[in-house]
Design a protein around this ligand. Sequence first.
Ligand SMILES: [Zn+2]
Length: 379
Amino acid sequence: MAPKTLFSNPITLFKLFGFAVRIDASWIFIALLVVWALAAGFFPHRQPDLSQETYWLMGVIGALGLFASIIFHELWHSLVARRFDLPMTGITLFLFGGMAEMDEEPQRPMAEFAMAIAGPIASIVIGAVFYLIYSWGGDYLPVPLTEVLWYLAFINWVLAAFNLIPAYPLDGGRILRSALWRWKGDLSWATHKAANFGAGFGLVLILLGVVHLLAGNLVGGIWHAILGLFLRSAAQMSYQQVLMQESFEDVPVLQLIKQPPVTVSPQISIQELIDDYVYSYHFKMFPVVEGDRLLGCVTTRAVKEIPREQWSTTRVDSIIVDCAQTHAVDPHTPVTKALNHMKKNDLSRLMVVEDGRVKGIVSLKDILKAFSTRRELEE
Ligand SMILES: [Zn+2]
């Protein structure tokens, strides 16, 4: 499980129980690596006298099985999270497996514990199912099939074991955090401790990677190093997110807005908009206001649709978009909600609107600045 900020542009594959299953571009590379490692190393090592084609076929089926196993693991995180009313955005497969993505952190230690442990339990169970079919079907099923079954049993248990390492944000780290949280009742302290464990374990992996590299194992070395770096940054990012949540828990966006907002009149031309607003403020979106009523927004994206030679003859009101849902929030919205909204819609500025009037603008930059000031004071 992880905050969704870790991914840039995942591709959606399909929907499962209402969760979008996505794949990060990195996974395509990993999938090829897995097929190769299985077909050229793992299976020939266990069963030396099968044909090359059989090994590759086993490699492909094994990789698909691994892929399904990871989805199964993440699906159980998501299903349990849903039981606790946590909004889940989907499941993304990436470098080291999968991530069930959350918009919000769990509210209670028990919810976190149940969500975190659901994935490893699912992996242990599905691994046991593969193992039972392997051992019961051993005498009847063809050897390549039983070998793939054995691999899937093994890999699911590895998946469970790895995820149970108490290094936040791995599942085990979340379990650790929920226990610490329950014990002291302090989420940020618990996260700090669990994230330290995660960062420390990441460092161990990086060092292991260096040892592998020195021993001439290039793939193993790079693999460990990337995994270690990833864990360290994920631990840090998750901790920052919790701190931010805490700093801004009860702060409404109203407190962070800049007044008065820069607004645009619907009567000016696009050329004037470019010269007087876009080039002087460098914003991508401006509220269009008549009197003090908000009519909508004008965005640089919409401007690009209009041919340059028509800019001086076209008025802003002809390219206004309705942005009340996407680009606006209520003044009493908590800052953390506004941040989530920005992330989800890939925006850096939101209008703060009340009763059809723009009260101000809240920007990502201002939120981050306010966050660091608050941190300095609190430390
Ligand atoms: Zn997990």
